[in-house]
Each structure stands twice: as structure tokens, then as C-alpha cells.
Write a protein that binds this ligand. Structure first.
Ligand SMILES: *[C@@H]1O[C@H](CO)[C@@H](O)[C@H](O)[C@H]1NC(C)=O
Length: 435
């Protein structure tokens, strides 16, 4: 995974390098054209002024007929170059967008091919290094009867059958506002707030935010109004289930998150669950060999263990597949029976293997790039102090590690959106215990 992450960074670099090479080529071309136009105002081949103008190929130059004085001409050319470099910037962006789309299409194709070849061929293993197990499970057939009203909303809101979903009640209203403002600013259209009370429903409507209010008599919702964080967390997994049953991929999002780019351009979509991590470096985010030392065992004092920092159950992408729905059911089931933290349960269900008396979940999982889907520990402990990392633009920032969420969210917007370089500085790395 670490390798793949690096690969994606390299790809991005290669892409922007390619993009800037194209821009440089265009600018050089234009400059050469200008030089020739100056040296040969009547053209090499023809003395017809109309043809000359056409060769220059820009209507702005039509007015500068062949008897134009050189200084004036230079000014016009300058003006022209200015206009062209604006166009180049636009072009560059379009090229980047197209390359991104191509990348996504190729990814989708690869998964489909992989899946098809694994399913259709007789099961004889190929040569060394060519064998791949199943990773991308097929999506379930959508079942609209589960919730026709929600199905209708999703038809309008989702893009490519995907959307961001957040649950909110009035306790989190100020954060919700920063949340949807950043989403709008990042140009993301496919998002939906599941309003847990009337005030939030009205607030969303007043701000043009897509909102879905559950019917108050839909059972579990009584928890929603009065419930603390953890009760709401259990509810989250039950509500999510309907989205998956309707055939949608959901990017579940807490509201203490600031969006800087469109996350759907940065998903792999090869796993049942693709989640941001609470880890803060390569090891903790992507897994490592943690050696346990027991000196009294002498020769065998070292026992190797595997560790990985938990997935953050406040920001993950979940595909509409059977293992994904099974995961939601397992987590919701356990939360209704035990007094437990939803994030711990979410991770245990994802990771613990089958063993005597227990059937583990067979779900594919992927850890998101911790610099792109950044938690607030990474930002405040590492990134803000590192000149290079500071230049990186994450996709999202999740203020999960700090209790003073709202001021930190606002500072993140100041820093990344409004370019205020010292906006992150007033905050301590961790939380102040005194406060
Ligand atoms: C983390 O992993 C990436 C990709 O493998 C690598 O480029 C980078 O140098 C690693 N960082 C550290 C601090 O080891």
C-alpha cells in the first residue's frame, strides 16, 4: 500500500510535469511566432496581408495590419501573449482533469478485467507472480423498495451512484456550516446531510444543502434527537445500510471535516471499505511488525506481532457489496448489545480473523493516503512544521484528534483556502488538558 501511495504521488508529479511541459511548449511556440511576425511582417511566401494575418491565426491581430509600427506591434503581441497564457492555464487545468478521468476509467477497467478473469477461467493457477485473488466484490442489485423516498433523493443527488453522507443534529450546527461551505467551495455536488432534527433540516434547506430527514416514526430515530455521540454512531450504521441496499457507494463523513478537493477523484474503489487512518506515519498508518520482548524466554524472547493504527470510522468509503453490508450489520448489532465504542467495533469486525467459535468478516480493505486524507495529528504535529509538507494540498482534513474542533476547522480554511500562512500557529500540537 505504501508503494502504491508513493506511486500515486509520483504519478501526480509526472502529470503536472507533463502539463507544465505542454504549457512551456505552447509558450515557446507563440514566442517564436511573434519573432517571425516581427522579422517578416509581410510573410515569407506571400505578400497578401490577409494571408499573413491568417497565418498568425489570431483575430486580435487582424487590426494590426501589415503597415503597423513595430513598437505598437510589440505591445499588441505582449497583450496577446498575456491572453494566451491565461488560455494556457485553462488548458493546463483541462488536461489535468482529463488525465485524472482517464486514470479513473483505467482503474475501473482493470478491476473489472481482473474480476472477470478470476471468475470466468477454470481455477488453475498461472505462473509465478501472475496470480491474484479476488479483491473487488460485485455490487448488489439495487432494491428501491427498501426506501423509495430516499431512492428518489439519491437519484438527484448522487454522481456515478456515489455521494458523501453526513449525519447531523443541532449540536453540531456550527461545524456543519464550515463542512458544507468547504464542500461547495471544492465544487463537490454529490453530498447529502441526514438531518436528525427539524432545526438541521431547516438550516440545510435555507442554505441550499441537500438534506434527507428520516420519518420520525422510523424506529431507531428516537436515539437521534437525544442520543450522545455513541448512540448516534450506532444509528449511523443502520441508516447507511439503506444507501448500500439502494446500490450507492457512500463516503461516510463526520462533520468535523474540511474539504479541499473532491475526494471522488482520489478513491481506488477496489475494496469493500476504503478508510482514512488514525495513523500518523508510514508504519502506524499502513501496518508494521511490532516485536514483543519477553527476556525470560531466553532464545525465543522475541515474539513478532502485527500492528496498525485503527481506521477512522468517521470518514470511510463503503461500496454497495455483501461484505460491506455485513460489516454494517455486525457493527450495528454489536453496538446494540454491548456498551462499546463504535470505532473499536468497526475495526475489530474488519480485522479479526476467523477462529474457533467466531467467523470473521471477509471484506477487502484499503487504507487511504494519510497525507491526502489527513487527520489533525498529522497536520498539527508534523505537516505545519515542515516546509515541504506544508505545500501539499490534502483532499480533506479531519479534526479528529482535537476537542477544539470549530476553531481548528476555521484555521484550516484560513490556511489552505485563504492562504493565511500563520493561521495554524496559535494551536498546541495536542489538546490542552487545562482547558
Ligand atoms: C513512507 O513511504 C513512502 C512510500 O513508500 C516513501 O516514499 C517515504 O519515504 C516513506 N517515509 C518515511 C518517513 O519513511
Amino acid at each position: 500500500m505504501a508503494v502504491r501511495r508513493d506511486g500515486s504521488l509520483m504519478r501526480d508529479k509526472a502529470q503536472s510535469f507533463r502539463g507544465s511541459r505542454i504549457v512551456i511548449a505552447i509558450v515557446v511556440g507563440v514566442l517564436l511566432g511573434c519573432v517571425f511576425a516581427l522579422l517578416y511582417p509581410h510573410g515569407f511566401l506571400s505578400s497578401d496581408p490577409l494571408v499573413q494575418n491568417r497565418r498568425i491565426g489570431n483575430s486580435d491581430l487582424q487590426s494590426s495590419s501589415s503597415q503597423c509600427e513595430p513598437p505598437e506591434r510589440i505591445n499588441m503581441l505582449r497583450f496577446d501573449i498575456g491572453a494566451l497564457s491565461d488560455k494556457n492555464a485553462e488548458l493546463k487545468k483541462q488536461i489535468q482533469d482529463l488525465t485524472e478521468k482517464l486514470r479513473l476509467a483505467e482503474q475501473g477497467k482493470d478491476h473489472a478485467n481482473e474480476q472477470f478473469s478470476v471468475l470466468s477461467k477454470p481455477h488453475k493457477a498461472g505462473p509465478f507472480g501472475t496470480v491474484k485473488g479476488l479483491r473487488t466484490n460485485p455490487t448488489v442489485s439495487p432494491d428501491e423498495s427498501v426506501n423509495p423516498r430516499l431512492a428518489k433523493i439519491l437519484e438527484e443527488v448522487a454522481v456515478h451512484r456515489e455521494l458523501i453522507v453526513a449525519l447531523a443534529n443541532s449540536h453540531v450546527k456550527p461545524m456543519l456550516e464550515v463542512w458544507f461551505t468547504s464542500i461547495k467551495k471544492a465544487g463537490i455536488a454529490n453530498y447529502l446531510v441526514v438531518a436528525l432534527d427539524n432545526q438541521i433540516e431547516e438550516f440545510c434547506k435555507a442554505n441550499g444543502v441537500p438534506v434527507y430527514r428520516r420519518d420520525p416514526d422510523e424506529g431507531v430515530d428516537s436515539i437521534a434527537k437525544t442520543g450522545g455521540n455513541h448512540a448516534v454512531s450506532g444509528l449511523k450504521f443502520r441508516i447507511l445500510r439503506e444507501f448500500l441496499q439502494l446500490g450507492y457507494g457512500v463516503l461516510l463523513s463526520d462533520v468535523d471535516i474540511v474539504y479541499l478537493q473532491n475526494p471522488f477523484n482520489h478513491l481506488y474503489r477496489d475494496s469493500d471499505v476504503e478508510s482514512m487512518t488514525d495513523g500518523h506515519n508510514n508504519m502506524t498508518a499502513y501496518g508494521y511488525n511490532d516485536v514483543f520482548d519477553e527476556p525470560s524466554m531466553g532464545w525465543a524472547r522475541y515474539a513478532h506481532t502485527m500492528r496498525i493504527w485503527v481506521y477512522n470510522s468517521g470518514f470511510f468509503y463503503i461500496r454497495p457489496t455483501l461484505p460491506a453490508i455485513e460489516l454494517l450489520d455486525r457493527v450495528a448489532g454489536r453496538l446494540s448489545r454491548e456498551k462499546a465504542w463504535d470505532q473499536a467495533v468497526f475495526n475489530e469486525e474488519l480485522y479479526f480473523p476467523s477462529h474457533p467459535g467466531y467467523d470473521g468478516l471477509h471484506a477487502a480493505k484499503r487504507t487511504m493516503d494519510f497525507y491526502l486524507f489527513m487527520n489533525s495529528k498529522v497536520l498539527f504535529k508534523t505537516v505545519r512544521k515542515d516546509a515541504n509538507l506544508k505545500k501539499l494540498k490534502p483532499v480533506i482534513l479531519h479534526v479528529n484528534y482535537h476537542p477544539d474542533k470549530l476553531p481548528r476547522m476555521k484555521a484550516i480554511v484560513e490556511f489552505y483556502v485563504n492562504g493565511k500562512q500563520d493561521a495554524l500557529e496559535p494551536f498546541p500540537d495536542g489538546s490542552d488538558w487545562q482547558s
